[in-house]
Design a protein around this ligand. Structure first.
Ligand code: GUE
Length: 299
């Protein structure tokens, strides 16, 4: 048996089209154009690529994109001052500060300085607490994208056995909260989990978000399990000067022989992350203006 491929790239295009439709209605009916500010500190080439494609897709959805590229030596104080300015700018509905930040800047301090209502990454402690208690939050983009794919695949997630591999604040923990909210039985496995293969083998749903290339192999999976691969790892290039192959946290070749459905890398969760960033910016804009939230684009 070979698994069904869950086409995140195509699904993300649908999400972006829905966002664009809502944006055009917001403009026509209320004269509102959502705005997303992206802040990049330093010149990490991979980060620059993400920032560029985020900016492009933001504009394609009819929103305004504000890009702030700061020198790697920018002080924490100057970055906090920019965040404060964006918090108070009525044209900015969403703020994303690209992570990781340089070592001399306290990431938590910067994230928690963002107005929670504009925190489209959902990383602010207020949003984390709101999500954990089932209140209206801004939900982190990658877990939200995974949830959309799973809801589309299963309809209802109620009663499913879900194992999240990875416990990061960005993916693992919020993913577990979302699955719990949809009434899954949730286990978070990580580097210190005993008999991790046996734990993963229980799962109807496996979310791999550890950042270790091809760690989850086919023999870890229950037959028919649905596998969502969050990892984006670039392997060392075969020859000098070439680009290394992009792989997930799942060994696709062996996993796809056992899984019922699986997301590829690239073309799986990655495009959903950016689509959900746009969806969150739209949601933040609607909330800020006391308008009803877009259906199907929130958790
Ligand atoms: N505050 C913050 N929020 C983020 O959401 C955030 C961040 N910082 N720092 C960097 C990571 C990385 N990230 C990606 C999003 C989309 C793709 C994506 O669309 N990838 C394509 C392929 C890209 C390629 O070919 O290189 C795919 O998977 O198909 C990748 C990576 C968001 N991040």
């Amino acid at each position: 048996m070979t698994a069904q491929i869950i086409d995140g790239k195509a699904f993300a295009a649908e999400v972006r089209a829905k966002v664009a439709e809502h944006v055009s209605a917001l403009k026509a009916d209320h004269g509102i154009t959502p705005g997303l500010a992206v802040v990049l500190v330093g010149e990490d080439p991979a980060s620059q690529v993400y920032v560029r494609s985020k900016g492009k897709q933001t504009v394609e959805a009819g929103m305004e994109s504000f890009e702030h590229k700061l020198d790697v030596s920018t002080s924490e104080e100057d970055l906090l001052a920019l965040v404060d300015k964006l918090n108070n700018d009525p044209a900015v509905n969403g703020i994303l500060v690209q992570l990781p930040l340089p070592d001399h800047i306290d990431e938590e301090k910067v994230i928690n300085a963002i107005d929670p209502a504009k925190d489209v990454d959902g990383f602010h402690i207020s949003n984390v607490g709101l999500l954990a208690t089932g209140q209206k939050a801004m939900v982190p983009c990658t877990p939200l994208g995974c949830l959309m794919l799973l809801r589309d695949h299963f309809g209802s997630l109620s009663g499913k056995e879900a194992v999240v591999v990875g416990r990061s604040n960005i993916v693992g923990k919020p993913m577990a909260q979302l699955l719990l909210r949809d009434s899954c039985t949730v286990t978070i496995a990580h580097s210190r989990t005993k008999d991790i293969e046996e734990v993963v083998k229980r799962a109807d749903i496996v979310i791999a978000a550890v950042g270790r290339p091809e760690m989850v192999t086919g023999d870890w999976l229950k037959k028919g399990a649905v596998v969502i691969d969050v990892g984006i790892n670039r392997l060392p290039p075969a020859e000098e000067g070439a680009k290394g192959k992009l792989v997930g946290d799942v060994d696709f070749a062996s996993a796809s022989q056992v899984a019922g459905a699986i997301t590829p890398v690239p073309g799986g969760v990655g495009p959903m992350t950016i689509a959900c960033l746009l969806a969150n910016t739209l949601t933040a804009t609607c909330r800020a203006n006391g308008l009803p939230e877009p259906e199907g684009l929130t958790a």
